[in-house]
Design a protein around this ligand. Structure first.
Ligand SMILES: [Zn+2]
Ligand SMILES: [Zn+2]
Length: 355
């Protein structure tokens, strides 16, 4: 396919994305070329678009894709032309402190050598998977899972990874700060477990609260901007005396909003000895006193990266209902409209139909 051209959304600068004709990515012996069907817009794509946070001008973003195998290199095994797949390219340095410990997601090369970050992304007709290996970075999508649902494998895997790392599902009460896609996924997964967990979600957007309030078994969906929010939160997660003053009593808080106000809310409402797991990014800060940290014995931990097999399994087993999460659909030609919609805080998940 040397010399072939395709349509792709190219990041031209902060807030500027343009659909252009660009060369189809070339593939080597170990690579696979995927004809993209559709691609979800991730929160990190929004930061990439608005501030070029993770991206540089010229990048083709998009990493939450599903598509069909168009070509494979001579040494790729187990992947056939036409297979419907999701996956990623990731070329880590293999030498840094974190690669040596197999903590690949902490490799300094991650954001220059991953699908949609340095490597060809999937807001395009084709994307390449470098070093394609079945069940390692290429995953067959079963027929029972539709294309749009399959774009959620990566974000569902983000929650699955946090759950596995911090035993979120073992907590008696979980406060989810933020009703974006990760917050909604967490709320769905936690309320569908056999083990009972009191799940409370807070979100300023009425539209996102409405989506969360339809989750069976969710204890409360609250607007943190309401004057009565503190009383409403106390009514579901409890409040107790602590060494000095009082505290919310959530066992665990998942901070998915990436906002400073969200992190502050998490610190206020987690119980002494509890854990705040930060998953959302946004570059904002929150004030915290050293006394508060010590006297509440807080654990505030960051969590990034995903687990594709776990994400795929959760969707196939209906632990997560994709149809409730995808609120907007756009054609590749209208990707600018898609970004504008999400940046206005509308919807939960938008999917770009490519072919
Ligand atoms: Zn993502
Ligand atoms: Zn490395």
């Amino acid at each position: 396919m040397t010399g072939a051209m395709m349509l792709a959304a190219v990041l031209a600068g902060p807030g500027d994305i343009q659909v252009r004709r660009v060369p189809v990515p070339s593939i080597g012996q170990k690579d696979a070329l995927i004809r993209v069907a559709c691609t979800g817009i991730c929160g990190s794509d929004l930061s990439g678009f608005k501030y070029n946070a993770y991206n540089r001008p010229g990048d083709v973003m998009g990493h939450e894709f599903v598509g069909h195998v168009e070509r494979v290199g001579a040494s790729v095994e187990g992947i056939a032309l036409g297979d419907r797949v999701t996956g990623y390219s990731a070329q880590f340095c293999g030498k840094c402190s974190w690669c040596v410990r197999k903590q690949w997601h902490l490799c300094p090369d991650l954001f220059s050598h991953y699908t949609g970050y340095g490597e060809s992304g999937a807001f395009a007709e084709f994307t390449a998977i470098r070093g394609a290996r079945l069940n390692r970075n290429v995953f067959l999508v079963p027929a029972s899972l539709g294309d749009e649902a399959a774009t959620l494998v990566e974000p569902v895997g983000v929650y699955a990874r946090a759950d596995a790392a911090f035993s979120v599902g073992e907590a008696e009460s979980v406060l989810i700060v933020g009703g974006g896609v990760i917050g909604q996924i967490a709320a769905q997964a936690l309320t569908r477990r056999e083990r009972h967990t009191t799940v409370v979600l807070t979100e300023p957007s009425a539209e996102r609260r409405e989506v969360a309030s339809r989750i069976p078994g969710i204890a409360a969906v609250l607007d943190p901007r309401q004057d009565t929010f503190p009383q409403q939160a106390d009514a579901v997660i409890g409040r107790s005396r602590r060494h000095f003053g009082s505290t919310g009593m959530a066992d665990m808080v998942l901070e998915t909003s990436g906002s400073g106000a969200g992190l502050r809310q998490a610190i206020d409402l987690v119980r002494p000895g509890g854990t705040v797991v930060c998953i959302g990014v946004g570059g904002e800060t929150a004030d915290i006193s050293t006394s508060e940290l010590v006297h509440k014995e807080l654990r505030i931990v960051g969590c990034m990266g995903t687990n594709f097999p776990a994400g795929l399994q959760a969707l196939v087993e209906h632990t997560v209902d994709a149809s409730a999460l995808i609120t907007h659909r756009f054609a590749l030609s209208d990707i600018e409209g898609a970004f504008a919609t999400l940046l206005r805080g509308e919807g939960v998940k938008a999917v770009i139909s490519v072919t």
